[in-house]
Design a protein around this ligand. Sequence first.
Ligand SMILES: Cc1cc2nc3c(=O)[nH]c(=O)nc-3n(C[C@H](O)[C@H](O)[C@H](O)COP(=O)(O)OP(=O)(O)OC[C@H]3O[C@@H](n4cnc5c(N)ncnc54)[C@H](O)[C@@H]3O)c2cc1C
Length: 422
Amino acid sequence: MSFSILSPSSNAEDWVRTHLGEFCEPFGDWTASERFRGGRTAALSALESFKVRGYAATRNEVLPISSRGASQLSPYIRHGLLTLGEAWEHVSTAPDHDRDKFRDELLWQEYTRHMYSRIGTHLADSLRYQPPERPNAQGWGERNTMACLDFALAELETDGWVPNQMRMWLASHWTVREGAHWQAGEREMYRQLLDGSYANRAGWQWTIGSATGRPYGFSRWQVTKRAPALCNECPSRHSCPIEQWPDEPQLDEATHRVELRKGQNPPHEPLLPIIDASRSPEAVWITAESLGDSDPALTAHPDLPALFIFDTPLLRKLSLHPRRLAFLSECLADLALRREVHVGIGNPVELLRSINVAVTAAPVPGFRSRSVQISPAAVYPWPWLAPISDAPLSSFSAWRRALPSSLATASLRRQQRQKRRR
Ligand SMILES: Cc1cc2nc3c(=O)[nH]c(=O)nc-3n(C[C@H](O)[C@H](O)[C@H](O)COP(=O)(O)OP(=O)(O)OC[C@H]3O[C@@H](n4cnc5c(N)ncnc54)[C@H](O)[C@@H]3O)c2cc1C
């Protein structure tokens, strides 16, 4: 290979400080997430220890921590260390209600991935409605005034993860109450999250009402219900700034409404492998979307080394917290226990253009643009939970109705029964 290749190290923090120092500098004295360690081994162990019984009733709980029912699998799912299909199968013998609630959430993840794959960077634009913005809006405001926001931000900045419930608090407070620019808040959260992904801009859009016109209001009510201890210790408990619901914002039509109807923005991903028979792959290029041993290109070429590139032009743009880089490095070190792994640092297009690589088609626009220039010798289809199609993206329910019956859950069947009755 025409560039210097590095080996992953079991000391991910040191590895990142040594080789990716420029990305650590702005963050001073940082540490890796102690709660989430990267790698397929950690992912399988997290999946094994997740018991779905009680999930439906406890998924939204925040405090005490022991009451939380969410699986905390998202960093592993985000980076392809677990496929959505594996998580789906894991709960196959669980009680119907909990199993179906969990599977509904996996389908939400698949929906956001389909959406991002099909509409690409338009997911960064307000889909249908434009939330009002106030000049000089403070977003999350000053620390040490509200225990609920402090707690959510401290967890986000320490572990690189927060439960869905607190993500909704943070997004709603930033945009619905304070009127701050939603894309700036999304970026702040994304930089901190281990599972941060552009597909999940959908999470912001559904919370703040830009997708549906119905914003989620965050007030003291949710904190009292989901984490009462926070109110008890809050410096503002006698003058709570979120005692009342936020005012219903005036949502204008988005200037450029994104086309979400059936048949629009058809999928671009290959449905079958694309193999250039005149070239033999020399390595499997693995991307941050797909770092698990079950990556289709890795399984198709078990004897080839895996090659990961830390994309420095992209990292300069993203300005991710280095704990994510440490997480990725841990994933590579773990994979290296089972097969040869090489790591490059630089622009993947320049580094990979002269190598015959096999790769899995990550369903994100950045992969597509790079792949065209790299011209891989073999491209394998993405392992979707639900086959990608030109189904409507206008709502989760509309999208879900087009799924094969094998992916139907109780809530879908209920919806179908109600529709038949009407
Ligand atoms: C404002 C906001 C921002 C978000 N940003 C991200 C993000 O950057 N990356 C990310 O992976 N998720 C994001 N989500 C979705 C969701 O909050 C997380 O996936 C979830 O909290 C992860 O915790 P868990 O694994 O314990 O979830 P569980 O409740 O155990 O669910 C299992 C899996 O289902 C999927 N899932 C659960 N809830 C959702 C949801 N609301 N939307 C889509 N998929 C879901 C995830 O893959 C999750 O790991 C965001 C949600 C909101 C409201």
